[in-house]
Design a protein around this ligand. Structure first.
Ligand code: C2E
Ligand code: CA
Ligand code: CA
Length: 755
């Protein structure tokens, strides 16, 4: 705040340094007071009267201007002027007064206090001027005797200081409110660390010397302590980024971090602050702020603490995201990439693989589940870990090894001068588990890693097809893919023709409905419409078989149209028979979103049936959302504008970008039944279902669990905060008529309970 630097001000600003001989420390800022008067005597008298004065412990710095023009220039060039003594009558009888609106609106100085002074008692400004322009005080010059002047000035400065503090707090709080949203966006510790420091600087309004200390590895996190390091740093500390916690050269910084970490609490020092953000799944985060020259006042301290509370929540979210990311891409047992990650890596490498005779394989362990049952899961786990290390050692560092299913490994490597099948000799030596030798066998399917139109998915299909031939033809444990294997599609074509005619004739296709309940009340909250197909001969075909086929050929679009209209029709019919209103979930395939008129078709089906759109919920899988996120997001917004709800189906398996949860307007997450199946009291503390419930909560989404089969699963899920369930425990998918009966029976038994 060195105003003496500015030459522009020298013309009109006179500092009476020699008169202000104050025993005040240098770094205490002075209150800036502008005296505007065309009478030189007033300047002298004011300077004299205020000499040596301290207001709230701070000295004064007087600025002087002799005309409205000088005053405007001075105010434009000087920040933080606390008070203006303003002469009303200068060039004209109200030129001083006319300056007030310019100060307020042109210069935007709303905090500066203005004291009007006039020589003539008769020129008192009208009350409304005082009110409209926020004028602090009005005095005749003769009233401004020594004491009067000082009390007036002191009151004005106090009020200026108060307004400043309030506004600063408001700005700080606004910034904090904004960071609350922004901080949630980073998905990994590093970008979170950077964002956090950015917000620290935002809070101070200038560059600060800060360091963010957090977990160096992403991944799942575990109960033990994870290694800490400097993830981001600013100012003089920038050089520390990447340094490990134990190797910090800066002694002051290291000591402060150690203290906060040991006490698990913030440490406020004279010139530094060390914030402890908490500990989640063994991961800790701390922020060090060096504040040379600026003492941490109570307001700043309060704001830092609020920001810190936001950071703490965001940090938890970041760890949560990293864990989910890990579970979405890696197998926690073997730490190998999972199927999703394997496909991604294959896609990334395909162009290069083709030229260099890379081979893709799937290795399936024979009768693994029997081994698992016979020896126990712990031994099964050990076997899988052992297979992993043998495969890695056999194939070398550049090979890709993944766990693509419970008992299957995906590999991609260059066999060089040997047969691909040679890899199976990792199974030639028995495995040793807990002192027992366990012989294991495996089958494999291989395919050339060529670029195919369908990418890695198609490639894996080829290897799978080869594998299924190896399984069918018992003579050999492995097969290499050839194009004849694909010819076997004859039966699929047949099935497709039958499906086509079922759709055309409106015969054999039916919707079943599975109840969704609130376990607390036992009431139905909704149901899911699930398609059923029974062939004319009475043989029923599972949707898992014909839906993928219909998706592959595009027939799903017509099937989807039929499903949607049929569900609408059914809701209206239920309403007419007096059933309570509940929502109905309808599965939508990716292909339907690809149709340009999808939204129009939906809205006209709604109109035709007369159904209340609030009753409808679309279920889409993560992969639909990923295909073309922008277009899907746009369509979903249009559908939501009609009143429909949207749920993410099968959530948790292979989500490629958790970011879309934020970008797409979902209402509900459906926890996939794979995560419900693995629930037991011993796993429930640290399971994916719990992570998903937490994630949903932090995003403000509803959550429902699918595939609930046992009362224990229901209880564990309810304990986690999951309020809606669907599964065989409550009811299987059933005809519309049967559901009506189910609801009525359910109602009747509740009425009985009440009696
Ligand atoms: P989904 O959307 O995940 O549907 C839930 C599936 O879980 C249904 O299988 C249901 O019968 C089954 N299920 C429900 N509760 C339990 C339980 O407690 N335990 C177990 N083990 N399973 C349970 P479903 O009816 O065979 O449907 C399979 C898939 O077919 C559906 O999975 C969905 O992806 C697809 N599908 C079904 N109907 C339609 C439809 O109308 N349109 C589209 N596009 N896809 C559909
Ligand atoms: Ca579904
Ligand atoms: Ca599902």
């Amino acid at each position: 705040m060195n105003m003496l630097d500015s030459t522009a001000q020298d013309e009109f600003v006179v500092f009476h340094d020699e008169e202000v001989a104050l025993p005040v420390p240098d770094d205490v800022p002075a209150w800036k007071v502008l005296v505007l008067d065309d009478d030189p005597e007033v300047h002298q008298a004011t300077t004299f009267a205020l000499r040596g004065l301290l207001v709230c412990g701070r000295p004064l710095a007087l600025l002087h201007a002799r005309s409205a023009g000088e005053a405007m220039a001075c105010l434009a060039a000087t920040a933080d002027v606390a008070v203006i003594f303003l002469d009303v009558v200068m060039e004209s009888h109200d030129s001083g007064l006319a300056l007030v609106p310019r100060i307020r609106s042109e210069l935007g100085l709303l905090e500066t206090r203005i004291v009007l002074r006039t020589g003539q008692p008769g020129y008192a400004p009208a009350l409304n001027v005082i009110r409209d322009y926020d004028i602090n005080d009005y005095r005749t010059k003769s009233e401004l005797t020594h004491t009067r002047l000082i009390t007036t000035l002191t009151a004005a400065i106090r009020s200026y200081d108060q307004i400043r503090t309030l506004n600063e707090a408001r700005r700080g709080l606004q910034m904090l409110a904004d960071t609350g949203n922004e901080l949630f966006i980073p998905r990994d510790s590093h970008s979170f660390a950077q964002a956090a420091l950015g917000h620290m600087e935002g809070l101070f309004g200038h560059r600060v010397d800060a360091a963010f200390c957090g977990p160096v590895s992403g991944g799942s996190g575990d109960r033990e302590q994870e290694a800490l390091g400097i993830l981001a740093a600013t100012g003089v500390l920038s050089g520390l980024v990447g340094r490990g916690f134990d190797a910090l050269g800066d002694q002051i910084l290291a000591a402060a971090l150690c203290k906060a970490r040991a006490e698990r609490a913030h440490v406020f020092d004279e010139r530094s602050v060390c914030l402890y953000l908490g500990r989640v799944h063994g991961k800790e985060a701390l922020v060090y702020l060096g504040l040379p020259g600026s003492k941490v006042g109570p307001l700043v301290r309060q704001l830092i603490e609020i920001l810190c509370a936001n950071l703490r929540v965001s940090f938890e979210n970041v760890v949560l995201f990293e864990r989910l990311h890990f579970f979405a891409y890696f197998d926690p047992l073997t730490k190998l990439p999972n199927r999703t990650r394997f496909l991604d890596r294959l896609d990334e490498g395909l162009a290069g693989f083709a030229s260099e005779s890379w081979t893709v394989g799937i290795i399936d362990i024979v009768r693994f589940s029997e081994l698992n049952d016979a020896l126990g899961h712990r031994s099964g786990d050990l076997l899988l870990t052992e297979v992993t290390s043998r495969l890695k050692a056999r194939l070398g560092a550049e090979a890709l090894v993944a766990r693509v299913a419970g008992d299957a490994f995906g590999i991609c490597w260059r066999p060089d001068n040997e047969e691909a099948s040679a890899v199976l000799d990792v199974f030639s030596v028995p495995f040793v588990v807990r002192g027992h030798a366990v012989p294991m066998r495996a089958r494999a399917g291989f395919a050339n890693a060529a670029s195919l139109p369908g990418g890695a998915v198609e490639l894996l299909k080829r290897a799978n097809l080869a594998l299924s031939h190896a399984k069918l033809e018992g003579d050999q444990h492995w097969r290499f893919f050839n194009s004849e294997m694909e010819a076997n599609t004859q039966s699929r074509v047949q099935l497709l023709n039958e499906l086509r005619s079922a759709l055309d004739l409106r015969k054999g296709l039916e919707l079943h409905y599975q109840p969704q309940v609130s376990p607390r009340t036992g009431h139905i909250v909704g149901c899911e419409a699930l398609i059923r197909w029974v062939k004319p001969q009475g043989e029923s075909v599972a949707p898992d078989v014909f839906i993928p086929l219909a998706e592959y050929t595009g027939l799903i679009v017509e099937i989807g149209d039929w499903v949607f209209s049929e569900a609408c029709r059914q809701i209206v019919q239920w309403d007419q028979s007096g059933l309570p209103a509940f929502r109905v979930g309808i599965n939508i395939s990716a292909a339907q979103f690809r149709e340009a008129d999808f939204v129009t078709k939906i809205s006209s089906a709604i109109e035709r049936s007369g159904v209340d759109p609030l009753r409808l919920e679309l279920e889409i899988t993560e992969s639909v959302a990923m295909e073309d996120p922008d277009s899907v997001a746009r369509q979903l917004r249009e559908l939501k504008a009609l009143g429909l709800k949207v749920a993410v189906d099968d959530f948790g398996c292979g989500f490629s970008s958790l970011g879309s949860l934020n970008r797409l307007p979902f209402d509900r997450i459906k926890i996939d039944r794979a995560f419900v199946r693995e629930l037991t009291p011993s796993t429930s503390q640290d399971c994916i279902a719990r992570l998903i419930v937490k994630l949903a909560k932090s995003l403000g989404l509803e959550v429902i669990a699918e595939g609930v089969e046992t009362a224990e699963q229901a209880r564990l899920l309810e304990d986690m905060g999951c309020k809606e369930m669907q599964g065989f425990l409550y009811g299987r998918p059933m005809s519309a008529y049967a559901l009506e009966g189910w609801i009525n029976r359910n109602r009747a038994s509740q009425d009985e309970d009440r009696v």
